[in-house]
Design a protein around this ligand. Structure first.
Ligand code: KIV
Ligand code: ZN
Length: 513
């Protein structure tokens, strides 16, 4: 049995199936590159047959990423597998991941197929995929509720047909750690050709046990874990990559295997995913939450000052928390800016990109005294629209607040296709008034699905990072804005979302699996 744990990240596929977390092609490429920096072994970049947008995004990630294997999901359906093969064609190393449900409830009510037909379909799918790609993974959807003897039968057949990874998903988050570990142990014994494949697990978090189940399965012999950054994913999410990786690394005494993850890139990757999806990370989230390494109690602080390991089992720097708090200011030059960005894992593709980001940095430094790493990451995590797509721009904004019952007022000045337009509106609060004024000009008639504000750093001079999710005719877009003034950040986010709605940048919502 191998002593390496393969990390298979599905942020771009299962993570994107989180309601409201759909990402553009460019956003997926940015996350794909961050996953490559983390040294993730396999990146599941999407589900090629779900939509043309998903297909294009997989192809773009496959072309951009060189050092991680790029995978597409496919149902055990001929056309899905064909599209998966085509989408990963440009990858240095590719994988087709095909699946079919194996639980009685799914076979009877969803597939309406007999178990024999399911085995036959699985074998056909693996055979077809192997003709397109050497690396094929087969998943038994809803394995957590499947019968062990049927699982052993279909897995043996899939391995005979050429699957090199066998994934055991707990699709509905039903498993309990010791029973799930027992299932993996039994399969490793019952499947006669088990030694010809890597066993993998893919756990959902409906009972809050996705990470515990994955780790129990690793102890039982699973050698690939499917997970997502920040635990993003369907419903309650998937197992969180950062928790799996750090548990295995920190408890080498128990696991005796390790992953190849460059853990210093965990926090930047978490921030990037949070900022792109607009899903904030809760402060007490393990590893990547703002309080994950903060000690409040006097006894703990005293202990840590005397000897760090008294209360800390990991070093904050090892997962990418910066110890260098205040990094740059308005007198910092291009070189210092570029060097810090590289330290944060961001490499500008060319001089124009560097110049553009540096100009934004200078603009921010003029308004904000201290520039922290979080501010720098926010500068480059915003979606860039082309000048044609950026039809609407914010020129000016005034708000009036008060403590009484009177409505708040906002007046906005926008540039719409080169025309200056001004509107005033009333609202329950300054942001409400501001959005109404913008809407009076742009007339998007979109529904606001989410509005979230997150302080990027500590202190009242922090930039507020705002996400606005708009929906129109089934199309969902996320606009982000960051500014020391949260009303300005909100207006920028709203305008970005409207520009996105009017552009072709956003893929259509994904068909969920
Ligand atoms: O949860 C699940 O079963 C899945 C499979 C398609 C792997 O996401
Ligand atoms: Zn899943």
């Amino acid at each position: 049995m191998s002593d390496q744990l393969i990390i298979f990240d599905t942020t771009l596929r299962d993570g994107e199936q989180s309601p409201g977390a759909s990402m553009t092609k460019d956003e997926k490429v940015r996350i794909g590159l961050a996953l490559e920096r983390l040294n993730v072994d396999v990146i599941e970049a999407g589900f090629a047959a779900a939509s043309p947008g998903d297909f294009d995004a997989i192809a773009a990630v496959a072309s951009a990423v060189k050092n991680s294997r790029i995978c597409s999901l496919a149902r055990a359906v001929e056309s899905d597998i064909e599209q998966a093969g085509a989408a990963i064609a440009s990858a240095e190393a590719g994988r087709i991941h095909t699946f079919i449900a194996t639980s009685p409830i799914h076979m009877q009510h969803k597939l309406r197929m007999q178990p024999d037909q399911v085995v036959e379909r699985a074998v056909q799918a693996v055979n077809q995929a192997r003709n397109l790609c050497d690396d094929v993974e087969f998943s038994c959807e809803d394995a957590g509720r499947s019968e062990i003897d049927f699982l052993a039968r279909i897995i043996e057949a899939a391995i005979d047909a050429g699957a090199r990874t066998i994934n055991i998903p707990d699709t509905v988050g039903y498993a309990i750690p010791d029973a799930f570990a027992e299932m993996i142990s039994q399969l490793l014994v019952k499947v006669p050709n088990a030694d010809k494949a890597v066993f993998s697990v893919h756990c959902h978090n409906d009972l809050g046990l996705a990470v515990a189940n994955s780790l129990a399965a690793v102890r039982a012999g699973a050698r690939q874990v499917e997970c997502t950054i920040n635990g993003l994913g369907e419903r309650a999410g998937n197992a969180a990559l950062e928790e799996i990786v750090m548990a295995v690394r920190t408890r080498q005494d128990l696991f005796k295997i390790d992953s190849q993850i460059n853990t210093q890139h965990i926090v930047p990757a978490s921030r990037l995913v949070s900022s792109i999806t607009g899903f904030p990370v809760q402060p007490n989230k393990a590893i990547v939450g703002a309080n994950a390494f903060a000690h409040e109690s006097g006894i703990h602080q005293d202990g840590v000052l005397k000897h760090r390991e008294t209360y800390e089992i990991m070093a904050a720097e090892d997962v990418g928390w910066s110890t260098n708090k205040m990094v740059l200011g308005k007198h910092s030059g291009r070189n210092a800016f570029n060097t810090r960005m590289e330290e944060l894992g961001h490499h500008f593709a060319n001089k124009d990109d560097l110049d553009e980001a540096f100009a934004k940095f200078k603009d921010l430094a003029d308004r904000k005294h201290e520039i922290f790493d979080e501010d720098l990451q926010s500068l480059i995590s915003q979606v860039e629209l082309s000048p044609q797509e950026e039809r609407i721009r914010l020129l000016d904004l005034q708000v009036h607040c008060n403590l009484g019952k009177d409505p708040r007022h906002a007046s906005v000045v926008l540039d719409v296709d080169g025309q200056r337009q001004v509107e005033m509106a009333e609202g329950d609060g300054p942001v409400d008034a501001c959005f109404k004024a913008i809407e009076a000009i742009v007339q998007s008639k979109a529904s606001l699905l989410l509005y979230s504000v997150n302080a990027l750093t500590g202190g009242t001079d922090s930039q507020g990072e705002v996400t606005v999710r708009l929906e129109k005719a089934g199309r969902i877009v996320n606009g982000q804005g960051a500014d020391p003034d949260i009303v300005v950040a909100s207006a920028l986010a709203y305008i970005k979302a409207v520009n996105l709605l009017n552009s072709n940048a956003k893929a259509n919502p994904q068909e969920t699996v």
